[in-house]
Design a protein around this ligand. Structure first.
Ligand code: SAM
Length: 229
């Protein structure tokens, strides 16, 4: 649900998500909010009740638009409003959505949407981070990209997903590829040793060190338990 349907699939039409879209592993239908606008100008917004800056998307426009979109979506689909006030999007939530029956995503604009739609249509609010975007479309794309790559058949080698940042509770270890030496910098010897146990230990140690330095909050969440212990 968006005021700018022409933005989609946008980046999601490329690379892995794009190939999966063509292959029918996932599908996307945009509903143009403007089609539900009121009056000669198809107005979708109005001034905030009680005054204040900006405009708010009207309940009597968005409500019917969501109802129409819901008829084209899996009846079990989660109805989500992309919102800076929402539950943070995490890898765990992306897995939850990838395992689910689909989503109906509402992209806000202006100052947001009338609270009565959130309450009346029981929209789940999800945020992609602690910053304010100008619209929910990029948020919807971020959420879709994170979810779609978890669908079976989208990423070739599923084991490559298992060690990615956040999957183990840690950030990922550093990655290297050819050439062996670049601008005087070498690939760490251990990665060229062919000793798989040593390489696995090195990757775990690096992941732990990196996470400790950059995201101590993730280490705290692990409660002191790491794979290396
Ligand atoms: N007035 C709102 C506030 O202060 O919370 C911000 C509105 S923002 C300019 C317009 C729209 O962008 C929102 O309705 C929402 O759909 C989207 N948006 C902005 N930041 C977002 C975020 N961090 N995560 C998800 N969606 C966001």
């Amino acid at each position: 649900m968006t005021l700018f349907p022409e933005m989609f699939p946008g980046p999601l039409g490329h690379s892995l998500a794009g190939q999966a879209l063509v292959a029918g592993i996932w599908s996307l239908e945009t509903t143009p909010l403007r089609a539900f606008g009121l009056g000669r100008h198809n107005a979708v917004d109005d001034t905030p009740a009680g005054g204040g800056a900006g405009m708010v998307i009207r309940a009597d426009v968005l409500g019917p638009a969501i109802d129409a979109a819901a008829t084209k979506t899996n009846p079990e689909a989660r109805h989500i409003y992309l919102s800076p006030r929402g539950r943070p999007l995490t890898q765990a939530l992306a897995h939850e959505l990838a395992d689910g029956p689909g989503v109906l995503l509402v992209a806000g604009r202006f100052e947001g949407i009338d609270q009565r739609v959130i309450d009346g249509r029981q929209l789940e609010e999800i945020s992609i981070g602690d910053y304010v975007l100008s619209g929910g479309e990029l948020g919807a794309m971020v959420l879709l990209d994170a979810v779609v790559r978890l669908l079976p058949g989208v990423v070739g080698a599923q084991e490559s997903l298992a060690h990615e940042s956040f999957e183990t509770g840690l950030l990922e270890h550093p990655q290297y590829t050819r050439p062996r030496t670049w601008e005087g910098r070498d690939i760490p010897d251990v990665l060229l040793s062919g000793d798989h146990a040593k390489m696995a230990k090195w990757r775990e140690d690096e992941a732990l060190a990196l996470t400790t330095a950059r995201r101590p909050d993730l280490i705290n969440k692990l409660g002191g338990k790491t794979k290396t212990e």
